[in-house]
Design a protein around this ligand. Structure first.
Ligand code: PLP
Length: 444
């Protein structure tokens, strides 16, 4: 099924339905010719398939409406990809957002996002962050720890108002994903652990604060999780905790936020995660757990980031030098790398790559794709296979919508690429390419 009706699906899709090959061997993304886009906008170039983003938003919204208590809502975790237009798109789809910094709040605000639907995360909100978020009218703070709780109470008191909060709880679950994206174990910089008694203690203190309205609890167990089980386990633990809080403190949990983390398909080896089926299972599990614990089922929030934008993204690069080192390996160098996609450098994340101007040729050239930075670790991947590339060819890296642009840097004084949004086959700029003037804008 093509993501867009104008897609010329001459060949079967590659990895995802929005990636196809045209009759001239050009790679098509969301029905648009990547070779033409690269000519028009230059490389490196980030593409975003708006139809796919919207489709994923709807999948979450509909499944949550069908299988979770009334008022349940997905919140787009905007750290995955944050720029103005993405907030407009998710707002149009009726989602809330999760923000983790004043910069993300400022971006959402400038997009006209209704910030009462924003949840403010982070394990170290500064006093200035707290003031700024209240100035901007952020609806809910997800409070990480006791000092922060006291700082939020103090600021709300100073303003003579009440601040809605959730408390971030550490459920003590290992979701068996990469250690750097595991966030729900007791030994974590995030949240208050149930196991140590810190969670109950902070709940007791939150309830006692006159300018805090405690609405419920939050947890986030990790990212790129392929199965429903870690979410079900988190749900059971959080319901048991809510029951403990009710018994000990007489507080009834109205909202439960189970965070993000659904995985996506980066390579043929990754499974396609069935979001709707997982949410159905989660709904059944929560209903059972609440019935058993004698709790009224709370409103549920989920915070998908990666699974909203990852496969809606693709990056195009121009091939530069191709170095064959006999007895070792072949290096293909591109005009971007860790500055626009640091995920291989950070986590050895795997990607699927395709030679975009000759996507119909057999992928028989084994290679390592390297970036242009002065770092040996600046790689996009190793053990990859593409058609034999030559200088000037176009290389596509698939599934780069999440944690690429949002993690980009100006290392080596490299300008960030633009983001071009494709909708119904039409391309428009979402973010323009950086210039040297942008690089120098803060220099005195
Ligand atoms: C990163 C994060 C998310 C999003 O995780 P994904 O794996 O991108 O879905 C959601 N909630 C919190 C608190 C996070 O830190």
């Amino acid at each position: 099924m093509p993501a867009c009706p104008s897609a010329r699906t001459a060949a079967p899709s590659i990895l995802h339905a929005n990636v196809t090959v045209g009759p001239d061997g050009h790679l098509l993304f969301a029905g648009a010719d990547t070779v033409e886009l690269a000519k028009r906008y230059g490389t490196p170039l980030m593409l975003l398939d708006e139809g796919r983003v919207r489709e994923r938003c709807r999948t979450y919204r509909e499944a949550m409406a069908d299988h979770l208590p009334e008022g349940s809502l997905p919140l787009y975790a905007s750290k995955a990809l944050s720029f103005r237009e993405i907030y407009r798109i998710v707002e149009d789809e009726g989602l809330g957002v999760d923000v983790v910094s004043p910069g993300e709040i400022a971006t959402a605000a400038s997009a006209g996002f209704p910030l009462e639907r924003a949840f403010f995360h982070g394990n170290n909100k500064t006093d200035a962050d707290i003031r700024y978020a209240m100035d901007e009218g952020v609806g809910t703070f997800v409070v990480d720890n006791l000092e922060e709780l006291r700082a939020v109470e103090a600021e709300a008191a100073r303003r003579g108002r009440t601040q809605r909060i959730l408390l971030r709880i550490t459920p003590g679950i290992d979701p068996h994903t990469h250690v750097k994206i595991t966030t729900g174990t007791v030994d974590s910089k995030f949240g208050s652990a149930i196991e140590t008694g810190a969670a109950l203690a902070i709940a007791r203190e939150a309830i006692a604060q006159p300018h805090i309205e405690l609405c419920g609890f939050h947890c986030h167990v990790g990212s790129q999780i392929a199965s429903a089980e870690p979410f079900l386990e988190a749900a059971r633990i959080m319901v048991a905790f809510a029951a403990e809080v009710k018994d000990a403190l007489g507080f009834e949990t109205r909202e439960l936020n189970l965070g993000g983390g659904f995985g996506v398909r980066y390579t043929e080896a990754d499974p396609e995660v069935n979001i709707a089926a997982n949410i159905r299972e989660l709904g059944a599990c929560l209903a059972d757990a609440c019935a058993e614990a004698g709790l009224r089922p709370p409103q549920v929030f989920l915070e998908p980031g990666r699974s909203i934008v990852a496969d809606a993204g693709m990056t195009l690069y121009t091939v530069g030098s191709v170095k064959e080192i006999p007895g070792f390996r072949n290096y293909v160098s591109i005009d971007g790398g860790m500055t626009d996609n640091p995920r291989y450098t950070l986590y050895q994340s795997e990607y699927t790559v395709v030679l975009a101007n000759r996507a119909d040729e057999p992928a028989e050239f084994a290679c390592t794709v390297g970036g242009r930075c002065c770092e040996s670790g600046d790689l996009i991947g190793e053990g990859l296979a593409i058609a034999r590339p030559w200088r000037g060819d176009l290389l596509a890296v698939l599934v780069t919508g999440a944690y690429n642009y949002s993690m980009a840097s100006n290392y080596n004084r490299i300008c960030r690429p633009p983001i071009v949004i494709i909708r119904d086959g039409e391309a428009r700029l979402g973010v323009r390419r950086e210039t040297f003037d942008d690089l120098l804008a803060c220099d005195c």
